[in-house]
Design a protein around this ligand. Structure first.
Ligand code: ADP
Ligand code: ZN
Ligand code: MG
Length: 489
């Protein structure tokens, strides 16, 4: 977009705070007993309570509260022993009650922090608050000629997670989102799917002259339904603010909408203020009480968190931080790695690295081709991967054969060990036999051998592949290399 020079951009410091909405994986909705699972039949999971019929009464969902406490503990929040619900009043066709039940002055969790990992350093981002609320329904536009409303989502349990304005670039905001999504997934409280809207992000953006002690006026961007959009929209908005200020204008506090098609933000409406919503305490619900017992119980539920797990894998298995980072992006993948390592016949750091390599290349490729996670990949068992790694590390099969064995295992489920035995794929590591093949392959190559001797070193690759081919891919590559070097001299 930008015509702004780098010198001008460099004068300003962006300030970003994010508001995330996480849809929780509870069995039932926030205030009624409707199923909280997704249904593609519109208005299939609704009842008089979540539709907001007069005379119905909401009831707090214990799981909703427990998940809030779990996330609060994982982000070092203070947990409020007593908090209230509030009504946020506004009119919208998909909000049939005319208000949303949320928390206002006294959120259940507050003043926490989360660490994000940037390329060169770690950074702590403050969590202002995490509060309980319910979702609204969904308007489906352009269905034939009408807008229709699906209330399945009405009353779904959400946590709103509000960050401090602590981020200073679109890249930091992106990293924060990724880190928070990974966390809610580790905790098992939200599936973190931006595209499907189970994790939603509104971004607040402002800029100020570097060194200025006060923040500039912010705008809020809505409708960010992918990680890339979060980063792009924030970057766009930062430059829009700077261009506006540089041309003598002023940023107005408005709500913007990201338009992915035109790669730009558009003004939606002027920003509403808290008093517009006429918040008042929800009279139909009592207080949420969190006692010591509930906190202890949730503390016991806290799994090992992503960053801690990453450092442990690096330490315990001696794998590079890069590998540990990718493995722990998905807890199930990290567990798969550990499970596979535990099945190796010989425990060694060399073999752990082989397991990691195998997962990072072959297995991730299959998962991405099939668009599934390791948890859904029932055709891949840790035992089989351990067999392949052991065969390879014992120099019984070459890396090329290992790939073939793996492909066969994926398509037919045959055990790698059995397949190698059946098909006679064992690597040839017998010295005499490898030497025989090497000598055979060098026959009739006088010309190339001369060239090699007079300095064309890159012919080595040609000789190696000739020997490998002659051996049906089974010759021990290390020996081939040694013997060729020896005989070519
Ligand atoms: P509002 O009253 O408009 O809802 P809040 O103070 O509640 O604003 O903050 C909402 C979000 O905006 C938070 O994530 C916060 O970190 C962020 N925020 C607040 N002020 C700024 C600012 N000047 N620039 C960028 N983000 C901001
Ligand atoms: Zn209901
Ligand atoms: Mg606010």
């Amino acid at each position: 977009m930008s015509d702004i020079s780098p010198e001008i951009l460099a004068k300003y410091e962006p300030v970003i705070g994010l508001e995330l909405h996480a849809q929780l994986l509870t069995d039932t909705k926030a205030f009624c007993s409707c199923k909280a699972s997704y249904s593609d039949i519109p208005n299939a999971t609704v009842c008089p309570i979540c539709l907001g019929h007069p005379g119905t009464l909401p009831v707090v969902n214990k799981k909703h509260v427990e998940m809030a406490v779990l996330l609060g503990l994982a982000t070092q929040c203070s947990i409020r022993p007593i908090s209230a619900f509030a009504r946020k009043n506004y009119f919208y066709p998909d909000l049939s009650k005319g208000y949303q039940i949320t928390q206002f002055n006294d959120p259940i969790c507050y003043q926490g922090t989360i660490t994000i990992e940037m390329e060169e350093s770690m950074k702590s981002i403050g969590i202002t608050r995490i509060h309980l609320e319910e979702d609204a329904g969904k308007s489906l536009h352009d269905i034939d000629i009408d807008t229709l409303i699906d209330f399945n989502r009405a009353g779904m349990p959400l946590l709103e997670i509000v960050s401090e304005p602590d981020m200073r670039s679109a890249a930091e905001a992106y990293r924060y989102m990724v880190t928070m999504r990974q966390l809610v997934r580790y905790l098992g409280i939200c599936d973190g799917n931006l595209e499907e809207g189970s994790l939603r992000c509104d971004a607040n953006v402002s800029v100020r002259l570097k060194g200025s002690p006060t923040f500039g006026t912010k705008t809020e961007i809505k409708n960010l339904n992918s990680f890339r959009n979060v980063e792009k929209a924030i970057a766009f908005e930062i430059e829009r603010h700077i261009a506006l200020i540089e041309s003598g204008g002023e940023v107005r506090q408005v709500t913007m909408q990201w338009d992915a098609a035109s790669h730009s933000t558009k003004e939606m409406r002027s920003k509403e203020q808290a008093h517009d919503y006429r918040y008042f305490q929800e009279p139909d619900l009592g207080y949420v009480r969190v006692n010591e017992e509930l906190i202890t119980q949730q503390q016991e539920h806290l799994p090992e968190l992503p960053l801690a797990m990453k450092l442990r894998l690096k330490d315990q298995y001696g794998i590079p931080g890069y590998d540990a980072g990718i493995l722990t992006e998905d807890k199930d993948l990290a567990l798969f790695f550990e499970h596979t390592c535990s099945k190796l016949i010989i425990q060694s750091k060399e073999r752990y690295k082989f397991v990691s390599n195998w997962i990072l290349t072959e297995i991730l490729k299959i998962l991405s081709d099939r668009k599934i996670g390791i948890a859904q990949a029932s055709m891949i068992a840790p035992e089989a991967i351990a067999e392949i790694v052991d065969l390879f590390a014992d120099e019984k099969i070459s890396s090329k054969i290992a790939k073939e064995v793996f492909a066969e295992y994926i398509s037919s489920g045959v055990s790698p060990k059995e397949y190698v035995a059946q098909k006679g794929l064992m690597q040839i590591s017998d010295h005499t036999e490898v030497e025989r093949i090497v000598l055979l392959s060098l026959e009739g190559e006088e010309e190339n051998i001369e060239k090699y001797r007079s300095g064309k070193n890159n012919l080595m690759g040609y000789f190696i592949s000739k020997v490998m081919k002659a051996s049906g891919g089974k010759a021990n590559p290390r020996m081939v290399n040694e013997l060729l070097t020896q005989h070519l001299q």
